[in-house]
Write a protein that binds this ligand. Sequence first.
Ligand SMILES: Nc1ncnc2c1ncn2[C@@H]1O[C@H](COP(=O)(O)OP(=O)(O)O)[C@@H](O)[C@H]1O
Ligand SMILES: [Mg+2]
Length: 240
Amino acid sequence: MDKDISKESKRINSSEQEKTRIPLIQIDNMTWWYQDSKKILFKKFNFSLTKGDFVVVTGKSGTWKSTLVKFLIGQIKPEKRTIYYKMEDMAEFGDDEIQRYRRKIGIIFQDYQLINSLTAKQNVIYPLVLDQIPLTEIKKKYEAINTLLDISSIETTEIKKLSWGEKQKIAMARALIHAPDFIIADEPTWNLDYESTLQIADILIKANEIWNTIVLVTHDTVLLEYLKKHIDIKTISLWH
Ligand SMILES: Nc1ncnc2c1ncn2[C@@H]1O[C@H](COP(=O)(O)OP(=O)(O)O)[C@@H](O)[C@H]1O
Ligand SMILES: [Mg+2]
C-alpha cells in the first residue's frame, strides 16, 4: 500500500500496462433472475471493470444494484461463462477460491460490518492479522492508510463509540489496507449527513487517484454530482 500511495505507482512499465488491459471483471451477455421471482433482473447484461476505473452504478431502489454487488463479491454463483475475474470463469470457483478472491478485493458494506468490541485500528488491521502478515508489515501498511485517511485521532476508540461517518471511514480503511484489486462499495453514504458524505467522496477520489479501481453503487445524487465535478467516472444509470 505504501508503495501504491506514492506517485511512483502511476509510472507503470510496459508489462504492467499489458496486465492493465485484461479486465479485472468482465460480464458477458448475462441474463439472470432470482429463482423465486419471475422478474428478469439482467437481460443480456455486459459490464467491464479495468484497472484504474471508477464505475458508479446509480439508480432507484429495486433495480439490481445490490444483486450486482452480490455477484461481484462472490455471494451469488453466476452461470457458466458469464462472469470472469481476470479471464477466469467465476462459475468454476469453489469455496476456497471464493475466499481467496474475496481477500483480493475490498468490500465496503452498507451496514459496515465492523467488529464493535474492537478499536478502530484493530478493525482496520483485522484482514492483515487474519492473513498472518508480519507485524512490521502491518505497521507499515497501517501508517500508509493513516496518511491517506487521517484516522489516528480515533484509532484507539471502540467502534461502538464512533459516529456513522467515522465508522464508514474505518470501513474504507479496512477495505483499502491490503491494496485490493478493486474496491466495491454499496451505498456507503446512505445514512450520512452532507459533510460526512463529501468526506467519503474525497476518500474515494483519493483512493482512485492512487490507482485503486472502484465500483460504487449509490442512489445518493449529492454524492454522484460531487464525484462528477471532481473526477472522471463511468456511470451506469438506472433511473428510468
Ligand atoms: N434474495 C432474493 N430473492 C428474490 N428476490 C430478490 C432477492 N434479493 C433481491 N430481490 C429482488 O430483486 C430486485 C433487485 O434487488 P436489489 O438488487 O437489492 O436492488 P437495488 O439494490 O437496486 O435496490 C428487487 O425487486 C428485489 O426485491
Ligand atoms: Mg441496494
